[in-house]
Design a protein around this ligand. Structure first.
Ligand SMILES: [Zn+2]
Length: 171
C-alpha cells in the first residue's frame, strides 16, 4: 500500500482488527520509508444480487424481506427472533454462495421453507401457503399430509434408534 505522504510503496502492518461484525478488516500501517501511519480497510466485495419476482420484474435482494416474512408466519409461535435471523442469514448465504447474480422469489421461498420446516411446522405451513399460494384446499391438505408422514417416519426412526441404544446397553 502506497504511503499517502511520501508515495513509498512499502508499508508495514502494525495492527489488524476485525470490524463490522467480521465483515471487514481494519489495518494500521506504517510507511517503511517515512514512518507515516495510515489506516486501510479490507472488505468482501458484495456483488449486486437481483430478485426476479413472479411478474418478471427485478428488485435488489433484501434480507429483511425474508425476515419479515418469517416473523409474520411465526406470529404467536414459540420461535425466537434469533432463530428467524439465523434462517434469513442461512438463506442469504446459500444464495450468495451459488454465485448467481439473479435469483427467483420462488427459489428463495423454497430455501426458507426447507429451514423453517425444521424449526416450526405451523410457521412452515403458514409460510408455504403464502408462498405457494395454494389454490385450493386439496393442494394444501396434500402438503399437510406430506409433512405429517415425514414426521411420522422421523418419530419411528427415533424409536428404532432408541431401541437399538437400549439393546446395545443391555449387551
Ligand atoms: Zn512514507
Amino acid at each position: 500500500m502506497r504511503c499517502p505522504r511520501c508515495q513509498h510503496n512499502n508499508s508495514r502492518v502494525i495492527d489488524s482488527r476485525s470490524v463490522n461484525d467480521g465483515r471487514a478488516i481494519r489495518r494500521r500501517r506504517e510507511c517503511e520509508e517515512c514512518g507515516f501511519r495510515f489506516t486501510t480497510f479490507e472488505k468482501i466485495e458484495v456483488l449486486p444480487l437481483l430478485v426476479i419476482k413472479k411478474n418478471g420484474t427485478r428488485e435488489e435482494f433484501n434480507r429483511d424481506k425474508i425476515l419479515r416474512g418469517l416473523v409474520r408466519s411465526a406470529e404467536k409461535r414459540p420461535v425466537p427472533i434469533k432463530k428467524m435471523e439465523e434462517i434469513a442469514n442461512k438463506v442469504e448465504n446459500k444464495i450468495r454462495a451459488s454465485g448467481e447474480s439473479e435469483v427467483s422469489t420462488k427459489l428463495i421461498g423454497e430455501y426458507v421453507m426447507d429451514y423453517l420446516a425444521e424449526v416450526d411446522e405451523i410457521a412452515y405451513i403458514r409460510f408455504a401457503s403464502v408462498y405457494r399460494q395454494f389454490k385450493d384446499m386439496s393442494t394444501f391438505m396434500a402438503e399437510l399430509q406430506e409433512i405429517m408422514e415425514k414426521n411420522d417416519q422421523a418419530d419411528r426412526q427415533d424409536e428404532k434408534d432408541e431401541l437399538k441404544k437400549n439393546r446395545s446397553a443391555d449387551e
